[in-house]
Design a protein around this ligand. Structure first.
Ligand code: SPV
Ligand code: MN
Length: 613
C-alpha cells in the first residue's frame, strides 16, 4: 500500500481536507504509490512516459501518444450529472440521484488502480487572484501519467493553489480511474464506463477512459459542468463553452473583447486563433485568450460583464489544421513547445506527424508511416486504402504561452470586459453573415436556439438543425429553464451590456455549393462591424431577426467577393426563416420553466417575420 502521508508531507501539502481526500481515494482505488505533482515535474514525467512507451518523440520537444482504439472521444450517453435534488434534472444533463451514482462509481473504482501510481494534481482553473478563483481550485487524482502531462498543459498545476484557499475545504474533488480499457464494452449494451459530476457535492468521478475531457477533469467536467452549476447556485457567474478573443484598434488605441459559442465542427478554434487579414493588419491586432471555455461575471465596480479563460492550454482538433485555416495553431505546435499529439498519424523513423487536411495529399512516401492505431500505411489492403490516417477527433495539446498571438494580459487576475457575445453554427442557408441583437432576451433566445446542421448526409434536405443551446448541450449541468433565467440575470445585472450577434461563415450557393464567404481571417470584418454598431458608428439594416450590415458598412478592403454572394449573405430569406420558427418552437417547448422573456422574444421575432411575409 502507498505511503500517502509521506507523499503528502514530502510535497508540502498541509491542507487537511486535501490530505483526507487523497487518503480516502488512495485506499479505495488500491493504488500502489501516491505522487503529488507540480508543473515543474513536467520534464521528468515526459522522460518517464517516453521510457514507458506512453509517449513517442515527434521532433525536438514534441510528443506523440495513442489512446486505446475504442477510447477516442467524449461519450455523451455515459456522462451524468448527479445531485440530491430531482429539481436539477434537465433535458440534456442526464440527471440521476447522487445516492445511486456515488456507490456505483465507488464500486467500479474499488481496487481498480492496484499496482499503479495515483498522481495527485492540485490545479486552478482561473488566473490566480481572479474573482472566481474560489470556484476554480481542484485536486485531480488520476492513475494515468499521460493525463498528468495533459493537465500540466491545460491548467495551472501546483500545491500552492490548494494551500492558500480562503476556505480550505472549497475545492473540487476530481477522481479519474482509467479501468481496464480492453474490457469495458465501450459503446455496447454492457458499457462499464461512467463519467459523473456530483455537482452539489463538487465531486467528479470518471471511470473507464483516458482520453480528453473524459480524463482531464479540470477541463470540461470542472471548467464547464461543475462551473455552470456553481455559477448558478452562487448566483455569481456563467461557465460557458466559449472562445475569447481581443481586438486592438491601433488607430484609436481601443481594446475590445468578444466571446462566443459554436457547436463542434463550426471552426471555433480557428476563429479564436484568427489573425487580421493582411489589408487590415496595420490597424487591427487580434489576440487570443482561449478557444474553448469562458467564465463570465459582472464586475461590480464598472458594471460591465467580464470574462476569463479558466484553462491554461489548448486541446485542439488536429483535422484540417493547416497554414491557411490556422497558421497560429501550427506555430503553437512547433519544435520546443512540448506539444502532445494524440491519435494523429506518426512516422517513428522520421518522427513526423500528419493528419487529414495538414496538407492536401498525405505524404507520398508511405514508408515508416503508421496510422492512428499504429498500423503501417504500407500494409493497407485495397479495402483499407481510403481510410483516414488520423482519427477525426485526433488532437494537439499545447499551453497558451505557445500561441504566438496570446494576449499579453491573459494571466491577469482581472479578466477582460466583454463587448460582444456571438453564436454561430455551420448552416448552409438562412443564417446571414452576421445579425446583431441588441436586446438581452433576444440574445439569450438566439443562443438557446443555436444549432448546427446535423450531418453531411442531410445534404439537400433543408436546414435540419441539431439544436445545441449556447453550444452547451453536452455540458448542461441543470435544468434549461433555470439556465435561461440565470443567464438573463447574470448578463442583465451589467449596467453596460454586451451586444449579441449570430454569425455564419458557412452559407453556400444552392446550385454549385460554393461557400459564399471566404471565412478564416476575413471573419474579422463582420466582427469589426459589430463593434462599430455597438459604438454607434454604423446603423446597419433592421430585419425581423436582428440588424445586418449594409454592403458599404462592411470593410472589404483587400478582399475579393462576388457582389451576388455578398447580397445573399447580407439578406434575410423570410419564408425560410418562418419555417425555422416552427422548429424552434418545438425545440423550446421541451424546456419546462423557460422564462417568459424568452417566449416573448420568440413571439416577437415570429410576429415580425409574419409581418414581412
Ligand atoms: C469538446 O469536445 O468540446 C472538447 C474536447 O473541448 S473534450 O475536452 O474532450 O470534451
Ligand atoms: Mn469544447
Amino acid at each position: 500500500m502507498a505511503d500517502v502521508e509521506k507523499a503528502l508531507d514530502d510535497a508540502g501539502v498541509t491542507n487537511p481536507h486535501v490530505r483526507e481526500y487523497v487518503a480516502y481515494w488512495a485506499d479505495l482505488t488500491g493504488a500502489e504509490r501516491v505522487e503529488v505533482v507540480d508543473a515543474a515535474d513536467d520534464a521528468r514525467l515526459v522522460k518517464e512516459a517516453l521510457e514507458a512507451g506512453e509517449l513517442f518523440p515527434a521532433g525536438e520537444g514534441r510528443y506523440y501518444s495513442r489512446s486505446y482504439h475504442l477510447d477516442t472521444a467524449r461519450s455523451e450517453e455515459r456522462t451524468i450529472v448527479a445531485t440530491s435534488d430531482p429539481q436539477d434534472k434537465g433535458v440534456y444533463n442526464n440527471w440521476r440521484p447522487a445516492s445511486e451514482m456515488r456507490p456505483l462509481l465507488e464500486e467500479r473504482m474499488r481496487g481498480a488502480s492496484a499496482g499503479k501510481t495515483m498522481y495527485v494534481i492540485p490545479y486552478l482553473m482561473a488566473p490566480p487572484g481572479n474573482a472566481l478563483a474560489p470556484w476554480a481550485a481542484g485536486v485531480e487524482l488520476t492513475d494515468a501519467r499521460t493525463v498528468v502531462l495533459h493537465m500540466i498543459r491545460m491548467s495551472r498545476v501546483g500545491v500552492q493553489y490548494l494551500e492558500d484557499l480562503d476556505d480550505p475545504n472549497m475545492f473540487v474533488r476530481a477522481v479519474h480511474v482509467t479501468g481496464d480499457l480492453e474490457n469495458l464494452g465501450q459503446g455496447t449494451a454492457d458499457d462499464q464506463r461512467y463519467f459523473v459530476t456530483l455537482a452539489d457535492e463538487r465531486t467528479i468521478l470518471h471511470y473507464g477512459s483516458s482520453y480528453g475531457g473524459n480524463a482531464l477533469l479540470g477541463k470540461i467536467a470542472h471548467g464547464l459542468r461543475q462551473a455552470a452549476y456553481d455559477g448558478w447556485t452562487s448566483k455569481k457567474f456563467l461557465g460557458e463553452q466559449y472562445m475569447l478573443i481581443g481586438i486592438h484598434d491601433k488607430e484609436t488605441g481601443k481594446d475590445y473583447h468578444i466571446c462566443g459559442g459554436f457547436p463542434s465542427a463550426s471552426g471555433k478554434t480557428n476563429l479564436a486563433m484568427m489573425l487580421a487579414p493582411d489589408a487590415l493588419g496595420d490597424r487591427y491586432h487580434v489576440s487570443f485568450y482561449g478557444d474553448d471555455i469562458a467564465w463570465l461575471w459582472v464586475d461590480e465596480e464598472s458594471g460591465r460583464l467580464y470574462g476569463m479563460n479558466p484553462e491554461y492550454g489548448v486541446f485542439g482538433v488536429a483535422k484540417d489544421t493547416n497554414e491557411e485555416t490556422n497558421p497560429t495553431a501550427l506555430a503553437s505546435l512547433a519544435e520546443g513547445t512540448g506539444v502532445i499529439f494524440t491519435n494523429v498519424a506518426y512516422n517513428p523513423d522520421t518522427q513526423e506527424v500528419w493528419w487529414e487536411g495538414r496538407t492536401k495529399e498525405p505524404p507520398a512516401d508511405v514508408s515508416g508511416w503508421l496510422d492512428w492505431k499504429g498500423n503501417p500505411i504500407a500494409d493497407r489492403t485495397d479495402d483499407e486504402v481510403g481510410q483516414p490516417w488520423a482519427h477525426p477527433n485526433s488532437r494537439f495539446t499545447t499551453t497558451l504561452d505557445n500561441v504566438p498571438n496570446i494576449a499579453e494580459d491573459y494571466n491577469s487576475s482581472t479578466g477582460v470586459p466583454i463587448d460582444a457575445i456571438i453564436f454561430g453554427g455551420r448552416t448552409r442557408d438562412r443564417e446571414p453573415l452576421i445579425r446583431a441583437i441588441t436586446d438581452l432576451a433576444e440574445g439569450v433566445y438566439d443562443g438557446l436556439t443555436l444549432g448546427a446542421e446535423a450531418t453531411f448526409a442531410a445534404e439537400g434536405t433543408e436546414g435540419v438543425l441539431r439544436y445545441d443551446p449556447m453550444s452547451n448541450r453536452p455540458f448542461m449541468a441543470y435544468g434549461e429553464g433555470d439556465y435561461a433565467r440565470h443567464y438573463l440575470d447574470v448578463v442583465g445585472a451589467a449596467s453596460d451590456q454586451p451586444i449579441f450577434a449570430h454569425v455564419n461563415w458557412f452559407q453556400r450557393d444552392p446550385d454549385d455549393g460554393h461557400f459564399l464567404w471566404h471565412g478564416y481571417r476575413d471573419n474579422l470584418r463582420p466582427l469589426l462591424w459589430l463593434l462599430q454598431l455597438r459604438n454607434g458608428e454604423v446603423k446597419g439594416h433592421e430585419t425581423p431577426v436582428g440588424i445586418i450590415p449594409t454592403e458599404d458598412e462592411l470593410n472589404l478592403e483587400g478582399m475579393a467577393t462576388s457582389p451576388a454572394d455578398l447580397a445573399t449573405i447580407l439578406s434575410i430569406n423570410v419564408p425560410r426563416w418562418r419555417q425555422e420558427m416552427a422548429n424552434r418552437e418545438e425545440h423550446l417547448k421541451q424546456f419546462p420553466g423557460l422564462p417568459e422573456e424568452i417566449w416573448e422574444a420568440h413571439r416577437r421575432v415570429a410576429a415580425a417575420l409574419d409581418a414581412e411575409a
